[in-house]
Design a protein around this ligand. Sequence first.
Ligand code: ADP
Ligand code: MG
Length: 290
Amino acid sequence: MDEICRNRAYAWRWRPGAAAHGYDARMGARGRKITGEAADTADAPMFELLGVRKHYGDSIAVDGISLAFARGVVTALIGSSGSGKSTLLRLLTGLLRPDAGEVRFDGCSLDAATLRQARQRMGYVIQEGGLFPHRTVLGNLSLLPVHLGWSGARVLERARELAVRVQLPEALLQRYPSELSGGQRQRVALMRALMLDPPVLLLDEPLGALDPIVRSELQEQLADMFAELDKTVLLVTHDVAEAAWLASRLVLLRDGRVEQDGSFAQLRQSPASTHVRRFLASARSLPEAP
Ligand code: ADP
Ligand code: MG
């Protein structure tokens, strides 16, 4: 398996000049023909966590979690503040290494040899957006693509395409993050995650701290995007209604452990604990269970 993963890491290396959204067909997206060594792992879940633990000093952030995330599925990670959602997402990106257990991405253990290529296939929006303040919007969007050899014209074309998709006025591409509203900054953070058209999106409260109207507009746009683009999405939110609206699977964390894993209807109809029931009840306006 290790040999396969190293070969595939090589096969997935970004090739400047490849097709517009240029990932090798061997990425294993559903419905695509998988050939060669990649076929061995194409049926693997996109992500697997096997007994993963992470602590900071005395505090255990992730306490022995085993989960698999299938391709093309939108999963929401929910739970109270401090329950381990952001830590779990950082472990999936490979930016944070587990103290124990293993994180696998597309059938391969995330390690020094596979991390770089794996990261180019994940769009990640960190909790506070993480835009560089001294770069314009376009400067922020172009960082990774330019590093990978894209021309300025190609970056601009892709940025314009995404601006239309997230309804960001094109004129804002030349502004600095401090010259944007919170909602606009969050759109830019999403655009940056989408620049390389990655098969995976890891979104840490991408709509946090927005006013309700902007938030519901962006929720609609995200829902359309997820449905249309067939991506594997992990969305962290503390908003149950948002999770139910955007995700088909909800994983509720508590104190670094999985308290319940299922559809919104399952969590609502058969809550695993009083805590789950209370957590769901705390949402002000819940959609009807199907
Ligand atoms: P959530 O995203 O669900 O709010 P986090 O994953 O950020 O939770 O945090 C889980 C736990 O780990 C919390 O107790 C938090 O205080 C702790 N923690 C997170 N990041 C750090 C860090 N860099 N240093 C120390 N403790 C941390
Ligand atoms: Mg968090």
